[in-house]
Write a protein that binds this ligand. Structure first.
Ligand SMILES: [Zn+2]
Length: 414
């Protein structure tokens, strides 16, 4: 009896340790009563993007937004997560991370490529053969609206367990998020049009080759931009032929923040003159723009390679949200070029135009095509041959690039 009592007291003495060991074990073991999340997916709704988590039972959650980088956070209480996110067809989410808040409470972080607001969050009871579904609808918004809605103050939640302050909620921060973001040098890819066996337009009076003017301008502009601190790559720095698709790939390989293709125009009407900037559109803004796009795109046929097979894939990408987004950025860039150029050179009417240039079809990279002037016009052909005139153009372009990256909406993305 005495021995038994001694054993009992010995057990009590160790009880806190046992409780600790047991507590630690349970924290890392799947909880028997935890909801099992077995699927995560993202889909497009009209005007919004829907994230759906499927589970075998309901769970408590709190969903909110955090910035730097922009992200959507879903804290899910007492769950096991047995899945990863399938590819995001909407291109809203760049990355997901799953971490442990404590025990079986988990945090799912969706890094957002674009600012978005939570519109709705709710739990749906199983219908027919389906599982429980946790649904969250988000819609794109401006960065200003995003910033006005960050933190747990604006959380969508069905639980009192959730931390009530952003500071509390922020305690658990995945490492990638905790790293301060270093401002990085902006990368610009300049694309001197044509080259090699493809001379481009040929001057009507002095027989100037477009390919030589575009290469000279590309090199000169590169030097100016590098002085300003940009990282600049040329798609070609010698007189070689590069297919259009290859030019786009070069920009993607360098992870360009901006892509600009450089050309010089020509027209049957020898009085036609002036500079214009084009950005991508499914449909050209007018007949001339369409004809020009056709001329510039023909280069691929000269190369003897059929790139038409690529076009469906590219078109599919174009339809995605990210393309719409980079198209808006491209338009913004073009408008800065127009406003800077208008200070120093003659522009043609309706200077910023839209056309379906193959070379501008780089998903995710804001792109524009500059037609510096008409080689079919006597005066402009002689101007474009002059280094001092190209320097004027290059300076204006570099100022437009500065303004573009300093634009509050663009700067917020870095
Ligand atoms: Zn051209």
């Amino acid at each position: 009896m005495k021995k038994a009592l001694q054993k009992f007291f010995a057990f009590l003495k160790n009880a806190p340790l046992l409780a600790l060991v047991f507590g630690c074990l349970t924290a890392y073991m799947p909880q028997a009563n935890a909801a099992q999340i077995t699927s995560m997916r993202i889909g497009q709704q009209v005007g919004s993007v829907r994230i759906v988590l499927e589970s075998d039972k309901a769970f408590d959650y709190q969903a909110f937004l955090l910035n730097n980088p922009n992200r959507l956070v879903v804290d899910a209480y007492n769950v096991d997560i047995q899945t990863t996110l399938q590819a995001d067809p909407t291109n809203l989410v760049s990355k997901t991370r799953i971490g442990v808040l404590q025990g079986s409470d988990k945090r799912i972080v969706f890094d957002l490529k674009k600012p978005a607001l939570i519109k709705k969050a709710f739990v749906l009871a199983p219908q027919s053969n389906m599982k429980w579904r946790f649904v969250i609808d988000v819609a794109l918004c401006s960065q200003a609206d995003f910033m006005a809605n960050i933190g747990t103050k604006h959380a969508f939640s069905n639980t009192k367990k959730a931390p009530t302050t952003t500071a509390q909620a922020n305690k658990w921060v995945p490492q990638e998020v905790a790293k301060p973001k270093k401002p990085r040098q902006k990368i610009i890819v300049l694309d001197p049009g044509h080259g090699g066996k493809d001379p481009g337009a040929i001057g009507a009076y002095g027989k100037t080759y477009e390919k030589n003017i575009t290469l000279a301008m590309g090199k000169e502009l590169k030097a100016i931009l590098e002085k300003k601190g940009y990282t600049v790559y040329l798609t070609r720095s010698t007189d070689i032929f590069i297919p259009l698709r290859q030019r786009v790939k070069i920009a993607q390989k360098h992870k360009a923040d901006l892509f600009m293709s450089i050309h010089a125009d020509s027209a049957v009407n020898r009085n036609a003159k002036g500079l214009s900037v084009y950005t991508l559109s499914e449909t050209a803004s007018d007949k001339e723009a369409a004809a020009l796009a056709e001329r510039e795109n023909k280069v691929d046929i000269i190369g003897g390679v059929d790139f038409s097979e690529n076009s469906r894939e590219i078109n599919d990408i174009l339809i995605s949200l990210s393309q719409t987004d980079s198209r808006n950025k491209s338009s913004k860039f073009a408008s800065y070029i127009v406003s800077e150029m208008s200070k120093s050179v003659k522009l043609i009417n309706d200077t910023h135009r839209f056309a379906g240039f193959a070379v501008l079809k780089a998903p995710d990279i804001p792109s524009a095509l500059l037609e510096m002037g008409y080689l079919s016009n006597r005066n402009e052909e002689s101007l474009l041959k002059q280094k001092s005139y190209r320097a004027k153009l290059a300076t204006s372009v570099s100022q437009a690039i500065d303004k573009y990256f300093n634009d509050p909406e663009i700067a917020a993305l870095y």
